[in-house]
Design a protein around this ligand. Structure first.
Ligand SMILES: Cc1cc2nc3c(=O)[nH]c(=O)nc-3n(C[C@H](O)[C@H](O)[C@H](O)COP(=O)(O)OP(=O)(O)OC[C@H]3O[C@@H](n4cnc5c(N)ncnc54)[C@H](O)[C@@H]3O)c2cc1C
Length: 511
């Protein structure tokens, strides 16, 4: 019997473990995956992007019943082992109602002030490098980022300067990376393969290194890997989770805990609750509102590769962002979204995404000149965009894109800025660019499926992420988002875990 069982060791679960570790309570983290192996393939783009070496082989269904393999990573540290560690706070306005081209983004039951201090703590915990005040939309904080912004490599600095001259306000991207000297290895660390790759040097500010490893220093905290939670069972009253049914090494086991924190990621947490249906709860657990799995969001995301005449020898290009179009501004009635640099693409990545075959040297040439951008716009919560579970346990994602107009305009603004600002629209390459929108197979920014609210009829968890329907269940992962904002979600999940962890420690366990 444990005091607390945490399901999942990603951004939410690992940080919950960190926040609760010094309570002295007996804590178990149950993770369905194992450790990501440290091997040379970690930095091999063919292995990572073409052969999908580290993604699940599970197949899900789309709304038409067509199978696809989702870009999900089941391992210690969850998806943060592969993320780009661009660690943003939501903007103050994101917690309020906002009108968009595609409809209304609803207000949260909490405000930015409720997360402010936890954001700062999260930035410290995850080694965030940034320049406070450089992003015109970033909420104010009197404390600087814990670490100085990463320098732009020369080619990126040129583009940064060109965009500034054009009239935009590019800013230093907040990135989580740990440069503190290693106790035995004195060699310097060069940032290179990062965004989408696991980091063989273990320097990325991920949930495994920043939160979980610190939690596991406490003797009262245990980690059980390669253990998949299959079902949650309630007591007779139906008010508490009494048993957690898991599968480990092909065998089924039952675990018990006083409190359960579900942090399996927005899609898998919803799926597990739905899968835990019983005679008493035929629609699944924590689902009296019928909201579990609904309002699935994962942003309108696109990668855009611009081919300049100048070669781009950058190793690590992910050092600036553009938020000039985040709010309704510059002549637009509604928000368009956010732009950031992507990790520098190579010929294998460009080949993997090419719609047409071509000789290898073509991709090499393109990669040599490529400058990579990532565009994110808000998608809106729609109850019909949802996660469901088939009778056989297979996950189905029914999703129809919304609010696409803003994303289209954002892309046009970026192209306009690149063409007007420098040497992009040149004689040789003539302003060639490629862009690819992310579809449901890329659920990196998944959120919204167990939305937060004060009304148990319209939401799944309360403002401290406790399930309205159950006295001992907290759900702390991307699921609690009420709206998605248009910045990357992980820092908000980490900050929320710190907030909820403190609340459980100080108010729930103490009483
Ligand atoms: C390639 C990539 C790049 C990204 N870049 C960024 C970025 O730059 N910035 C940013 O903010 N975000 C980024 N993200 C998104 C970010 O990684 C996620 O928002 C974040 O990891 C979500 O945290 P989570 O706790 O909700 O879920 P996860 O981190 O996915 O953790 C869930 C954990 O639960 C485990 N689990 C699932 N089901 C079960 C089960 N039944 N039993 C036991 N364990 C289970 C999983 O194995 C996993 O370890 C990126 C994601 C990807 C894939």
């Amino acid at each position: 019997m444990y005091d607390i069982i945490i399901i999942g060791s990603g951004a939410g679960g690992a940080t919950m473990a960190y926040a609760l570790a010094d309570s002295g309570k007996k804590i178990l983290i149950v993770e369905r995956g194992g450790y990501v192996p440290v091997e040379k393939e970690n930095w091999d783009s063919t292995e990572v992007f073409q052969k999908d070496r580290y993604t699940t082989t599970d197949l899900w269904l789309d709304k038409h019943g067509k199978e696809f393999r989702p870009g999900m990573h089941y391992n210690v540290g969850g998806n943060t082992k592969f993320y780009g560690a661009a660690l943003f706070r939501l903007r103050e306005e994101d917690f309020k109602e906002i009108r968009h081209y595609g409809g209304t983004s609803p207000a949260w039951p909490i405000g930015y002030e409720d997360l402010k201090d936890h954001y700062l703590e999260a930035e410290k915990l995850f080694y965030v490098h940034g320049k406070r005040g450089s992003d015109p939309t970033e909420p104010y904080d009197s404390e600087p980022y814990p670490y100085e912004a990463l320098p732009h490599e020369p080619r990126i600095q040129e583009i940064f300067d060109e965009l500034k001259q054009y009239g935009l306000k590019p800013f230093e991207l907040p990135i989580g990376v740990n440069f503190t000297p290693h106790p035995f290895i004195n060699a310097p660390y060069t940032l290179d393969r990062f965004d989408g790759f696991p980091d063989a040097a273990e320097r990325k500010g991920d949930a495994h290194l920043c939160s979980l490893s610190k939690a596991l220093e406490h003797p009262n905290v245990e980690l059980m890997i390669n253990t998949k939670v299959l079902k949650l069972v309630t007591d007779e009253d139906g008010k508490r989770i009494s048993e957690i049914i898991v599968e480990k090494d092909g065998e089924t086991q039952t675990l018990k805990a006083g409190y359960v924190v579900l942090s399996a990621g927005a899609i898998n947490s919803a799926a597990l609750l739905l899968q835990s249906r019983s005679e008493k709860f035929p629609d699944g657990l924590a689902n009296s509102s019928d909201q579990v799995g609904r309002n699935y969001m994962f942003h309108q995301n696109s990668a855009l590769v611009a081919l300049y005449t100048e070669p781009n020898y950058t190793k690590f290009g992910k050092t600036f962002g553009i938020n000039d179009f985040y709010h309704a501004a510059r002549g637009y009635e509604f928000p368009l979204g956010h732009i950031q640099m992507l990790g520098k693409s190579d010929e294998h990545q460009i080949k993997a995404d090419s719609p047409v075959p071509a000789p290898g040297f073509t991709f090499e040439l393109m990669a040599k000149h490529a400058v990579d951008f990532w565009l994110t716009s808000e998608d809106l919560p729609d109850p019909e965009n949802r996660v469901t579970v088939e009778e056989n346990g297979q996950i189905r994602i029914s999703y129809t894109p919304n609010n696409t107009e803003g994303h289209k305009l954002l892309k046009e603004e970026l192209i306009k800025a690149l063409k007007a600002s420098g040497k992009f629209d040149s004689f040789f390459f003539k302003g060639i660019y490629f862009s690819k929108g992310m579809d449901i197979g890329s659920p990196a920014h998944q959120n919204g499926t167990t939305r937060m609210g004060t009304d148990p009829r319209t939401s799944v968890v309360d403002p401290y992420c406790k399930a309205h329907d159950l006295d001992n269940l907290y759900i702390v992962d991307g699921g609690f988002f009420v709206s998605s904002g248009a910045v990357n979600p992980a820092l908000t999940i980490i900050a929320m875990a710190l907030r909820v962890g403190k609340h459980i420690k100080n108010n729930v366990l103490a009483s």
